[in-house]
Unconditional design. Sequence first.
Length: 183
Amino acid sequence: MRKYFLCIISAIFFAVVLTGCEFGTKEVVKTTGIEKIKSDKVLRVGVDTEDFPPFAMHTGGNLVGFDIDICYNIAKKMGVKLKIKEIPFTKILPALENGDIDLGIAAFTITPKRNMDVLFSQPYIVGGQALLIDKSLKDKIFSYRDINSTSYVVAYNKGTTAEDAAKKFMPDARFKEVKSDLN
């Protein structure tokens, strides 16, 4: 009797599982990435809103520059229209992650954390970090170590690797967030 009971329970279990598999699933087709760009026929690109010559700047009411030229060429090669969305630098990666844009272009430094969140292209320019000091300090400051003191104020752009580097290598300095590289 017990064997008979287990067979019935097993049969019911498999019937429920198979029924659930057949009727409970629905194929969802979601286009992402290149397929979405091609189907929409639009490449949505997030570009930093601050002028950053020669990469992106406003001239005569138009956004021009090296980054902008790259975007137009990508869209042309894909056979789609280009839609540029001006976004503050700190919001480009979140906009990309949320699907608000298809591509972000700016002077991004590829970091391990950023690389875990988004896919980077091959770099098309290589840069680094540098400190600019007042010329009156040229005989006092020879290294970033000399600035690691409450006597100095270090300015940086929020959300950039310059901010990370300043706070990591000069933790004793005072800090000031500035709006752009041009201030």
